[in-house]
Structures are given as C-alpha cells and as structure tokens.
Design a protein around this ligand. Structure first.
Ligand code: F6P
Length: 320
C-alpha cells in the first residue's frame, strides 16, 4: 500500500480531527502517503483533495468539527455519484480509504465497496452512537458531557422556580444520547424513539412527584420522539405544572473532544491503518467489551444496534 485516502462524512462529531491526525501520522509511520478528501463524499465525487502530512495535521487534536469539512451528499447515493467516486479513487491511486463517520456514511461506503478495488475501512464517529459493531463512537462521550453540563445548569433554575423542564437532546432516530444523558443527570423522565410513550404516564409521574414534594423535574426528550413544544403544552394543561422547554441543539455536535473521545479516535485510527496495511478492507473498527476490534462493513450496515433498555429501567428507579 502506498497511498490512503481519508474522508469525514455525515454529521460532524468531536474527535473527528483527532482521528484525522492519528490516521495521517500512523500512516506515515508505515510509509504510506495520505490524501484528505474535502466535504465528505462530495470531495470524492468532484476529486477535491488535499495532501495531508504529519505537519499539516498539527494543532488539530483538540479542535471540534473536521478540518476536512463534511456534508450529507444526496448525489453520492445515486449511481453516477458512486461511479465518479470510484474513478477519483483510481485516478489518485488510492489503495485504501478510511471513512470517518456514522451509519449513513458506512451505508454509502458499502455501496462504494461494490464498485471499487480500493479497500475501505470505517472509523465510527457520530454523537448518536448508533453504529452496530462498536460499543461507543467517537464524539459520543463529548456530546454526553456537553448536554450534562447544560442540564445541570437547567436543574438549578428548575429547582429554584419549582418548574418542570423538557430538554430536547439530539437523536432523530436513536436514543443512545438521550438515555445516557438522562441517566447521568438524574432525569425524572426519559423519552427515546425506541420506546413508545403514553402522555398519561408522563402526567401520572409528574403528579405523583408533586404529591411527594418533588416540585421540579427534568424530562429528557430525544429529538425524534415528539413534537416537543406541543408535548410541553399538554403537560401544562394536564398537570397544572409550570413547564419550560429547552432545546440544546447543535451545540451538542461541537466543542473540544473529551479525553475519552480523543482516546477512541487514536485507538480506532491505529486499528484502521493496521487493517489497511494487512490489506484487510471493507470493515469498520470498534470498541467491544473494552477491546479494539473490527467487523465487516456489511454486517455493521445491516444490523441495528440495540438500545440497552435495562438502563432506562435503572434511570426510572434512580429518579424516584
Ligand atoms: O449527527 C447526528 C445528528 O446529530 C442527529 O442526532 C440529528 O438527527 C442529525 O444529526 C441532524 O443533523 P443535520 O441537521 O446536520 O442533518
């Protein structure tokens, strides 16, 4: 192997830059050259790249976002997008491609793998933590900590005013972030897309809490669960509680990566480059029971990562 390509794709995640830096430096230590494709798959479709060297990736370890930029490219999912990408890889003599992103990016990578000889390895990086084949993705821990810091502040004002707060966190399709955040802030109620909720249960919990002297509360709601402002109105009407809404939004995707997100970035990059150096492509790297592992890209794309519902039960017990 002489040259590897690197691309960041889909929603950005804190630690993507740490992963780029590690990929490039580890690649150079094995005498590979590295080419960074810009703006996600778009850069592969349009052949827009930049040479990455150990020096050019200096000073980015602690930065959120991605120096390569990213995008969600609808053109890539079409036939001509994939064909153009395969041409770009061939014309640049890219023998191995490292895709740093989430499940959507890996589905694209799987389609691409059927049209190219370039070996592809995925490094899971998304705040949603919804990639099968890894217990944790790069950026998840940072997003959890960002949300926890904000909700702790909201808790102060909730207690002072004896109010209930609904706090919307990211996660359009999956509730990994909402569940971990909810558990670690001691949320009274956690709503995730994987579990159907009944409004009556929410009203009941809040009425019971109020009756036992708990006049304030935090409801953590994953983005994909409900029309949250409508839900807030319903709760006010049915419980008499004063309810405020706080949407944490895109701040959760930014910021300096935590030590844990950086560590995962370094370990995943190390494994990804090692796989390519052994000519093992079409895999994603991951963390499984404390070990850095890899599984087939196809298996990762075709399997849904289960949400640990025991944690939801535990959170409910802890919130009494
Ligand atoms: O990066 C994942 C994610 O944050 C999801 O939780 C959310 O649904 C989505 O990205 C929204 O991102 P965008 O508006 O960039 O498509």
């Amino acid at each position: 192997m002489k040259r590897i390509g690197v691309v960041t794709s889909g929603g950005d995640a804190p630690g993507m830059n740490a992963a780029i830096r590690a990929v490039v430096r580890i690649a150079y230590s094995k005498d590979f050259h590295a080419l960074g494709f810009k703006r996600g798959w778009e850069g592969l479709i349009t052949n827009t790249s930049t040479v990455l060297t150990p020096r050019s990736v200096g000073g980015i370890l602690q930065l959120g976002g991605t120096i390569l930029n990213t995008s969600r490219s609808p053109q890539f999912r079409k036939r001509d997008g994939i064909e153009k990408t395969a041409e770009t890889l061939a014309s640049n003599n890219v023998e191995g491609l490292i895709v740093i992103g989430g499940g959507g990016s890996f589905k694209g990578a799987l389609e691409l793998s059927r049209e190219t000889d370039t070996m592809i390895v995925g490094i899971p990086a998304t705040i949603d933590n919804d990639v099968f084949g890894t217990d944790e993705t790069i950026g998840f821990d940072t997003a959890v900590n960002t949300a926890v810091k904000e909700i702790d502040k909201i808790r102060d004002t909730a207690i002072s005013h004896e109010r209930v707060f609904a706090v919307e966190v990211m996660g359009r399709r999956r509730g990994f972030l909402a569940l971990t955040v909810g558990l670690t802030v001691g949320a009274e109620i956690i709503l995730v897309p994987e579990v159907k909720y009944a409004e009556d249960d929410i009203f009941k919990t809040l009425r019971e809490n109020s009756a036992k002297g708990k006049k304030s509360g935090i409801i953590v709601v994953a983005e994909g669960v409900a029309h949250v402002s409508r839900l807030v109105g319903e709760i006010e009407e049915n419980t008499g509680a004063e309810v405020r809404l706080s949407i944490l939004g895109y701040a959760q995707r930014g910021g300096s990566p935590t030590a844990r997100s950086r560590l995962l970035a370094n370990l995943f990059a190390n494994k990804a480059v090692e796989l390519l150096s052994r000519e093992q492509g079409n895999k994603i790297v991951g963390l499984h029971k404390g070990r850095i592992t890899s599984i087939d890209l196809e298996k990762s794309c075709k399997t849904e990562k289960p949400l640990n519902l025991k944690l939801l039960k535990l959170a409910n017990i802890l919130a009494t």
